[in-house]
Design a binder for this molecule. Structure first.
Ligand code: GDP
Ligand code: ZN
Length: 316
C-alpha cells in the first residue's frame, strides 16, 4: 500500500494537476475520490500549493492519481466565477499574497484591493499591495497613490510602487518575494505578466495555453501555477481575475475580515453590530471623525449588501 509518494501541486487546470514529487519528478495527476471543503463543492478540489499523496500509474510513466491531501496551513478561496454556489481555491500553504494594481491604464478599481484582502484576512496571510506602471503616473496619480498608501499602510498592509517598464521598485519587490511562496493576483491588464517577467525573465511562459497535457487539444484554463524563483522562493501565478465575490461568507464574516472595523467592534453597543444603522456604533463614529477610511467603509457596505442580497434570494 505504501507506494504513495508525497509532493506539492504546482499546476491546476481543474481536471489535471501537476504534482512535483519530493524527488523533483513531475507527475500528471487526476483526483481519486471526492474532496470537499466544509461541505461545499469546489470547482477545483485540489489547490496549487497543496501537499498531496500520489499513487503512480504502473502502466504509464509520470501519470498518477492524487489520493490524499495533507492538512493545509492556510488557503485562499473565493466564490467560483462560473458556478456561484461552488468555491474556487486559488492556492494553499502560502507565505504571503500580492495583488497587482494600477492607477491608470486601465483605471483604478480600488474596491478590488478590499475584495482581495477579504481572501487573505481569514488566515492572516500577509498581503502586499503592488502598484505597477509607475512610469505612467503624473502628479495626480501620485496623489491618489499617496492617499491609498496612507489608508493601507495605516492598517498594516505593505504597499510598493513599481514599474515593469522602467524597473522602479523591482529590486525591492524581489527582496519582498525572496525565500517565500507568494500568491499573485490581479485583474487583467494591470501588467501582472510583465511584472513577473521583470522579476525573473526566465519565467515568461505563463500566458494562455491552448491545450493541456491530456492531448485532447481542447481549451483548458490554467487555474494557477507555481514557479520557483532562482533567487529563492516561489510564486503562484493566477490568471487575470475579473471580479471577486463572496456569497459563501456570512455578513459577520465580512465584518470580521475588515481588520480595522473588527478592531473597533468591541466598542460597539451590540456584539453582533454590522456597523450600518445600529445605535452607538464605534465604527460609524470612527468613519465620521476620519479615523477609519470612508473608502474602505463604503466598500465594506457594498460587499455586505451583495452578500445579503444573494443570501436572501437563496432563502426565499
Ligand atoms: P496582465 O494582463 O496583467 O498580465 O498584463 P500584461 O503584462 O499583459 O500587460 C498589459 C499591458 O500593460 C501591456 O500592454 C504591457 O506592455 C503594459 N504594461 C505592463 N507593465 C507596465 C508598466 O510598468 N508600465 C507601462 N507603461 N506599461 C506596462
Ligand atoms: Zn458597529
Amino acid at each position: 500500500m505504501e507506494t504513495w509518494k508525497t509532493g506539492t501541486v504546482v499546476k491546476s487546470t481543474g481536471s489535471w494537476y501537476n504534482v512535483r514529487l519530493d524527488d523533483d519528478t513531475i507527475v500528471q495527476c487526476r483526483i481519486a475520490g471526492r474532496f470537499r471543503l466544509n461541505g461545499k463543492k469546489l470547482t477545483n478540489p485540489v489547490a496549487v500549493g497543496d501537499r498531496v499523496k500520489v499513487e503512480e500509474d504502473p502502466r504509464e510513466e509520470n501519470v498518477g492519481a492524487i489520493k490524499e491531501i495533507l492538512e493545509r496551513r492556510n488557503h485562499v478561496i473565493r466564490q467560483s466565477p462560473r458556478r456561484k454556489h461552488d468555491l474556487h481555491l486559488l492556492a494553499s500553504n502560502v507565505d504571503q499574497a500580492m495583488v497587482v494594481m494600477t492607477i491608470i491604464s486601465p483605471n483604478l478599481k480600488q474596491g478590488f484591493i478590499d475584495r482581495f484582502l477579504l481572501m487573505t484576512e481569514p488566515f492572516d496571510i500577509p498581503a502586499l499591495i503592488v502598484f505597477n506602471k509607475s512610469d505612467l503616473y503624473g502628479p495626480e496619480e501620485m496623489e491618489i497613490y499617496d492617499i491609498l498608501r496612507e489608508i493601507y499602510e495605516g492598517i498594516g498592509y505593505r504597499m510598493l510602487l513599481v514599474s515593469a517598464v522602467d524597473g522602479q521598485g523591482i529590486e525591492e519587490l524581489r527582496s519582498a518575494l525572496k525565500d517565500k511562496t507568494t500568491l499573485i493576483c490581479g485583474q487583467s491588464g494591470v501588467g501582472k505578466s510583465s511584472l513577473v517577467n521583470a522579476i525573473e525573465s526566465g519565467l515568461g511562459l505563463r500566458t494562455q495555453e491552448l491545450s493541456d497535457y491530456s492531448g485532447k487539444g481542447q481549451h483548458t484554463t490554467t487555474f494557477a501555477e507555481m514557479f520557483p524563483l532562482n533567487f529563492g522562493g516561489a510564486i503562484i501565478d493566477t490568471p487575470g481575475i475579473k471580479s471577486l465575490s463572496f456569497n459563501h461568507l456570512e455578513p459577520q464574516d465580512i465584518a470580521h475580515n475588515f481588520r480595522e472595523l473588527f478592531a473597533l467592534s468591541d466598542q460597539c453597543k451590540f456584539a453582533d453590530c454590522l456597523h450600518r444603522d445600529e445605535p452607538k456604533c464605534a465604527v460609524k463614529a470612527a468613519v465620521d471623525d476620519g479615523a477609519v477610511s470612508e473608502l474602505r467603509y463604503i466598500n465594506y457596505l457594498t460587499i455586505l449588501e451583495e452578500v445579503e442580497e444573494q443570501n436572501y434570494w437563496e432563502r426565499n
